[in-house]
Design a protein around this ligand. Structure first.
Ligand code: ATP
Ligand code: MG
Length: 466
């Protein structure tokens, strides 16, 4: 039995910027003078027998370090959710007693994914619990009905608790001892003895700490759902990222069908994997042949090039599109989606300086199709070729090319192309989907050469200057 009632503790107010602790709330932090950064937290309880001895004298009994060889490590089996992409990201499934934070912007499908996972686990004979502080049981049922007939049979058997009071939630987990529990979301629960509203830093930290405590004691695997701020970080609780064992980020645009799930942190597996999902009526469906989809959908118009990217350990072919259009604005627009803006600036500079392709004062838009994000220097060359094609109005590979040109490679500041990791796997993936025209640092040593290769010497942008 776990006791959840304690004597009412006193609170302190901690600055989320500098960590200064004050006894009462201030609008401005007395230490770092930042505004509105103080959030209420539970004051640390003084240790019994600690008695103020800050000097050299030990304050309590010493611990007993133990050689790792003697530590018993029960290798509890992982709880596979049955959603292949999710299990792969987690490194084989949920680890009992662990905390996973699932972040994502509103409406991206966090509740759908977690409900599916619980439905499949429940269907496989595991005990589950879905705690929702956001939706009524009736709303959750509506979603589960959609999933039951599709991606997650068993969704209607998941026990739900619509509750925002942390004490009640902790007591329920302690009583029910589920194998897997979902908290949707960590920002909506609150401890009634802290005065700050649910979602404040102090509350979120308290919620996560208490849930972690009960999860470790019960061996319950917990999926914490967290909202993401406009700036893209997990709202408020950056602190949470250190606390939990695994941080998953659900990305993509709500209006688009593709969503990617990636691990930002994982204590039990690798972090450079990504899962691709598609949102359908029946729930989230794994897209195992993502490359095939993106290649089939590639437009083969001027400004379109296929990038052979690596998403973690997996090669992925995605279409990169560019549009170059005359602009009245000073400075002209540089709009990107799916790649880093600064990377585009670099690519444009090298294109103009070393490959004879200048976009001058035109607006440049670059988009990675399907809402995919590529954060790797290997994307440089595909971006450069897409921009070069758009600037010249020519199709990479020639007007009558039957398959799109694929490219990968990093662009150096002196106009050279640099090799990137996993050359073989990228090339192989391109060949697998029939993309025989491949431009890489191995086929072209410089960006100028790559542009010539992709667009043919007859209409080479390199001759533009003549
Ligand atoms: N009938 C439907 N058919 C297809 N897609 C649907 C349907 N109903 C909802 N969706 C999709 O599900 C998404 C909402 O999913 P979900 O509620 O899981 O998101 P969430 O991340 O939990 O959102 P929130 O931040 O509001 O909790 C919608 O954006 C929509 O794309
Ligand atoms: Mg939700």
């Amino acid at each position: 039995m776990v006791s959840v009632s304690m004597a009412r503790p006193t609170s302190i107010f901690v600055c989320s910027d500098c960590g200064h602790a004050a006894a009462k709330w201030h609008g401005q932090c007395p230490a770092c003078e930042a505004w509105n950064t103080l959030a209420e937290e539970r004051a640390p309880t003084p240790r019994a027998g600690g008695g103020g001895g800050r000097g050299l004298r030990a304050a309590g009994p010493a611990g007993r370090p133990m050689p790792l060889r003697e530590v018993s490590a029960d290798r509890a089996p992982r709880l596979a959710t049955g959603i292949g992409e999710l299990d792969r990201l987690l490194g084989g499934g949920l680890v009992p007693g662990s905390l996973v934070l699932l972040g994502g912007s509103p409406g991206i499908g966090k509740s759908t994914l977690t409900t599916m996972a619980l439905g499949l686990l429940q269907g496989a004979g595991r005990s589950t619990l879905y705690v929702s502080g956001e939706e009524s049981p009736a709303q959750i049922r509506l979603r589960a009905e959609r999933l039951e007939g599709g991606a997650a049979p068993g969704a209607l058997d998941v026990p739900v608790l619509a509750e925002t009071d942390l004490d009640t939630v902790v007591a329920t987990i302690a009583a029910e001892r589920p194998d897997v529990c979902v908290i949707d979301s960590v920002q909506t629960l609150g401890a009634s003895d802290l005065t700050g509203a649910a979602g404040t830093v102090g509350q979120v930290r308290e919620v996560a700490t208490r849930i972690m405590d009960i999860a470790k004691r019960n061996g319950t695997a917990v999926l914490l759902v967290g909202h993401v701020t406009k700036e893209g970080s997990l709202a408020g609780p950056r602190v949470l990222e250190h606390l939990v064992d695994c941080v998953l980020q659900f990305e993509g645009e709500k209006e688009r069908t593709y969503r990617t799930l990636r691990a930002l942190k994982n204590r039990f597996g690798s972090t450079n994997d990504v899962g691709v999902f598609e949102m359908r009526d029946s729930g989230l469906v794994e897209v195992l042949d993502a490359s095939a989809r993106f290649v089939a959908e590639a437009t083969r118009a001027p400004g379109s090039v296929v990038l052979a990217a690596m998403e973690g350990s997996r090669p992925l072919l995605v279409e990169v599109q560019a549009l170059v259009s005359p602009s009245e604005l000073v400075p002209p627009r540089r709009v990107v989606s799916g790649i880093d803006r600064n990377r585009l600036a670099l690519v444009l500079a090298v294109l103009s300086r070393h490959a004879g392709v200048s976009v001058g004062s035109a607006d440049v838009f670059v988009n990675v199709v399907g809402g995919v994000r590529v954060d790797e220097p290997g994307a440089d060359l595909a971006v450069a070729l897409a921009v070069a094609g758009a600037a010249r109005g020519v199709v990479a590979g020639g007007e009558d090319a039957r398959v799109p040109v694929a490219a990968f490679g990093e662009i150096g500041l002196t106009g050279e192309l640099r090799s990137v990791a996993h050359h073989d796997r990228r090339s192989e993936e391109a060949r697998k989907f029939g993309l025989t025209q491949l431009v890489t640092p191995e086929t072209a040593p410089t960006l100028r050469e790559a542009v010539r290769l992709a667009f043919g010497s007859a209409r080479s942008p390199a001759r533009r200057a003549a």
